[in-house]
Ligand binder design. Structure first.
Ligand SMILES: NC(=O)c1ccc[n+]([C@@H]2O[C@H](COP(=O)([O-])OP(=O)(O)OC[C@H]3O[C@@H](n4cnc5c(N)ncnc54)[C@H](O)[C@@H]3O)[C@@H](O)[C@H]2O)c1
Length: 340
C-alpha cells in the first residue's frame, strides 16, 4: 500500500510541538488533517500551521473529520476515555505515555485495541532515543562484557517558563490528572531504556520527596531496581525549582569489561570505555530530541505497511507498574514486586 497516513492531532499542547517536529524530520507520509483541542485557539493555530481542519472535540473530529489515525496527547486521566472512543471509531491510535493511570485501565485499552484490530502504539519515545538504541547495539555485541549494574539519572530545574509547566496551575501539579509525580511521568523515559538493556524489572525500593512545593506528586525519587536477571540498578530523578545543576551523566551501564556512558540531555553523547579506549570512545551526539522522528516513522510504517512496532503497546505497562511499585515501596519501606 502506498498512500499518506491521515492523522488527527488530539491535544495541541506542548508535546504536539515535538510530534510535529518528529513528523517533519522522519515521517513524510504522515499528513495532519485534523487538529483537535477544546481550547479553540490551540486547535486553530495548529490547523493553520499544518493545513488541518480544527475541531474543539474528539466527537466532532470523529464525526466530521477525514483521518485514519489519532495521536492522543492529553493529560493522563483522559487517556482511557479518548483511546476507547478512538478505537470504537475504528482508528489507529498513537497514545502518549503513560498508557493510563492503572494496569486495569491499560488492560481495558488493550482489549479495545484488539477488538478494533487497528494499530496501537504507546508513544514511549525513549524506545527510539538514538543513544539508547546505540547502547543496546553495543551491549548486544558484547562491547562491555556482562552487564554488572546500571544507573539512570534525570535531574532538572522545574522551569515554570517551559511549555510543559506553563499556566497558573499546570495539570502536571495535580495527582488526579497525572496519577503520580516524576517517577510516573518523565521517569518512564529513563525506565524504558533500563528495561531495553537489562530485561524486565522484578522489584523496586524507593524513597520519595516533594521539594517542588506546588506539585502534589513526588518531585524527587531515589530508587533501586532488581531485575529478573538479579542485576540491580539505580533510578534517580529530581525536578527542583530554582536549582542550577552541574553537568549530568544520564545513564551509566557498567559491565565486566567496560562502561557505556550517556551524558547530558538534548545534546547527549555516548561514550564507550573499555581496555582499548580507557579515555572513552566518544560518538557523535544526536540526542533525545531525535527520538520523535523514528517514533513516527515506525507508527506510519506499521499503519501503511503492516510492519511490526519496535515495541508493542503492552511494553508501556512496565514503566507504569515500576512507578506504582516505587509508590507502594515508599509507603511500605520494603521492596515491592512490579508485576504482582
Ligand atoms: N514523550 C515525551 O517526551 C513527552 C513529553 C511531554 C509530555 N508527554 C505526554 O504528552 C501528553 C500531553 O502532555 P502535554 O505536556 O502536551 O500537555 P499540555 O497540557 O501541554 O497539552 C494537552 C492539550 O490537550 C488539550 N485537551 C485537554 N482535554 C482534551 C480533550 N478531551 N480532547 C482534546 N484535547 C484536549 C488541552 O487543552 C491541551 O492543549 C501527556 O500524556 C504527557 O505525559 C510526553
Amino acid at each position: 500500500m502506498s498512500r499518506d497516513l491521515k492523522l488527527a492531532f488530539v491535544g495541541c499542547g506542548a508535546i504536539a510541538e515535538m510530534h510535529l517536529m518528529g513528523i517533519k524530520e522522519a515521517a513524510p507520509d504522515i499528513r495532519i488533517t485534523a487538529a483537535i483541542d477544546p481550547v479553540a485557539a490551540r486547535a486553530e493555530a495548529m490547523a493553520k500551521r499544518t493545513g488541518a481542519t480544527p475541531y474543539t472535540s474528539l466527537a466532532d473530529g470523529l464525526a466530521q473529520g477525514d483521518f485514519d489515525a489519532v495521536d492522543l496527547m492529553l493529560p493522563h486521566h483522559l487517556h482511557e476515555d479518548v483511546a476507547l472512543e478512538s478505537f470504537a471509531a475504528g482508528k489507529h491510535v498513537l497514545l502518549e505515555k503513560p498508557m493510563a493511570l492503572t494496569p486495569e485501565s491499560c488492560d481495558r485499552i488493550l482489549a479495545s485495541a484488539r477488538a478494533a484490530g487497528t494499530v496501537f502504539m504507546v508513544a514511549e519515545n525513549a524506545q527510539y532515543w538514538p543513544e539508547v538504541v546505540r547502547a543496546k547495539e553495543l551491549l548486544d555485541a558484547g562491547a562491555i562484557g556482562e552487564v554488572v549494574t546500571a544507573r539512570a539519572t534525570v535531574n532538572a530545574p522545574l522551569d515554570r517558563t517551559s511549555p510543559f509547566y506553563a499556566g497558573a496551575r499546570p495539570w502536571r501539579f495535580d495527582k488526579r490528572s497525572t496519577g503520580g509525580g516524576i517517577s510516573l511521568d518523565v521517569g518512564s523515559h529513563w525506565i524504558r531504556p533500563l528495561r531495553m538493556w537489562l530485561g524486565e524489572i522484578d522489584e523496586a525500593i524507593a524513597a520519595l520527596d516533594y521539594p517542588a512545593k506546588e506539585m502534589e506528586g513526588e518531585s524527587l525519587v531515589r530508587a533501586l531496581f532488581r531485575f529478573r536477571s538479579g542485576t540491580i540498578a539505580t533510578f534517580d530523578a529530581g525536578m527542583l525549582p530554582g536549582t542550577v545543576f552541574g553537568p549530568e551523566v544520564l545513564f551509566r551501564i557498567t559491565g565486566t569489561g567496560g562502561e557505556i556512558v550517556i551524558e547530558s540531555h538534548a545534546g547527549g553523547r555516548l561514550a564507550l570505555y573499555d581496555s582499548e579506549h580507557p579515555k572513552g570512545l566518544k560518538e557523535e551526539a544526536r540526542g533525545y530530541l531525535h527520538s520523535y522522528g523514528p517514533e513516527f516513522a515506525d507508527f506510519a510504517s506499521a499503519v501503511l505497511h503492516g510492519t511490526p512496532l519496535a515495541a508493542g503497546p503492552e511494553q508501556a505497562i512496565g514503566e507504569l507498574r515500576t512507578a506504582l511499585a516505587m509508590y507502594r515501596s515508599a509507603d511500605s519501606k520494603q521492596w515491592e514486586k512490579v508485576w504482582e
